[in-house]
Design a protein around this ligand. Sequence first.
Ligand SMILES: Nc1ncnc2c1ncn2[C@@H]1O[C@H](COP(=O)(O)OP(=O)(O)OP(=O)(O)O)[C@@H](O)[C@H]1O
Ligand SMILES: [Mg+2]
Length: 346
Amino acid sequence: MITVENVSKTFSGKSGDVEALKNVTIQVNDGDIFGVIGFSGAGKSTLIRTVNLLERPDSGKVIINGTDMTALPKRKLLEIRKNIGMVFQQFNLLNSKTVRQNIAIPLILEKKPKAEIRERVNELLKFVELEEKGDVYAENLSGGQKQRVGIARALVTNPSILLCDEATSALDPKTTESILELLKKVNRELGVTILLITHQMNVIREICNRVAVMENGEIVEQGDVIDVFGDPQHDITKGFVKTVIDDTIPASIRRSILNDHKQGEVLRLKFTGESAQDSLLSRINKNFSVETNVLSATVSELQGMVLSILTIRLTGTDDEIAKAERYIKESGVEARKVILKNGSTD
Ligand SMILES: Nc1ncnc2c1ncn2[C@@H]1O[C@H](COP(=O)(O)OP(=O)(O)OP(=O)(O)O)[C@@H](O)[C@H]1O
Ligand SMILES: [Mg+2]
């Protein structure tokens, strides 16, 4: 388990001080793939670097599996770092060394016997599906292959934690997909806890179970991916979620509703898992004297769970609408009223 507790960090530069982290608290549980998302300069890299103390916090604590990293003497810190692998956006490989040599570096530094290194490197080459490339120089690999080597090198000491700083940001979408699959395999098959940072919401959607959103050195929102994607609270989170789940009501529909002056309510309904959205609408229509219109609908899969967001408009008398709303709530569907305004894009 990784606990970052009230961590702050300020950098002093020529143009003044930068508060890169302000009282940041996150908890990453064993087995999590925890994603931190934010725009450039939000403080993501600084945060991930405080976890292995590449960056020392000015205040606050970093506790890994019960050990307070900030209180450790240097020798002990180096020891614990072996349990934490790190993967970088720009791969950080030695280009004039072969794939095997790159993967072996952490074990060579530990002065492990040659035979043991060879065996472990072979295991990892297989795991990252680069068996054919062992003797190729790193500079002759594609970006995706380089990142596979980066991941293999990070795993060579058998860490229980993997930190990924924008591991897919230098890759095209298809290669990103395959690296994300590999990270999932690292988590599932090797039981490695992953803390990753990214500015791409699709990375969070594809592999994370928990997410924290960062802005200006602060965590503005965090939680289970399904909850945060289903009902983002902060404006910046809403913006990120919209890049992968767009539940915007189309402008023309919005305009026609605002102009028709019928009595009605607009509701945003959230269904997770198995709840049957189709039958809910037909049951409403059958049981109440209201008309239902779908204004927007999205269905996504997150963590193997289906998340559907439906924006509907109910028209009819106040009394019948109120009854229908009560019925929706009693059906266990999360419903929230949406107030349409001219020019707004909620
Ligand atoms: N060593 C440093 N010295 C001075 N300022 C720094 C240093 N490292 C980071 N900063 C500043 O701290 C802030 C946060 O930087 P950080 O690299 O953590 O952001 P980030 O979210 O990782 O951004 P990006 O997505 O661009 O990588 C920025 O304003 C950056 O300029
Ligand atoms: Mg960064």
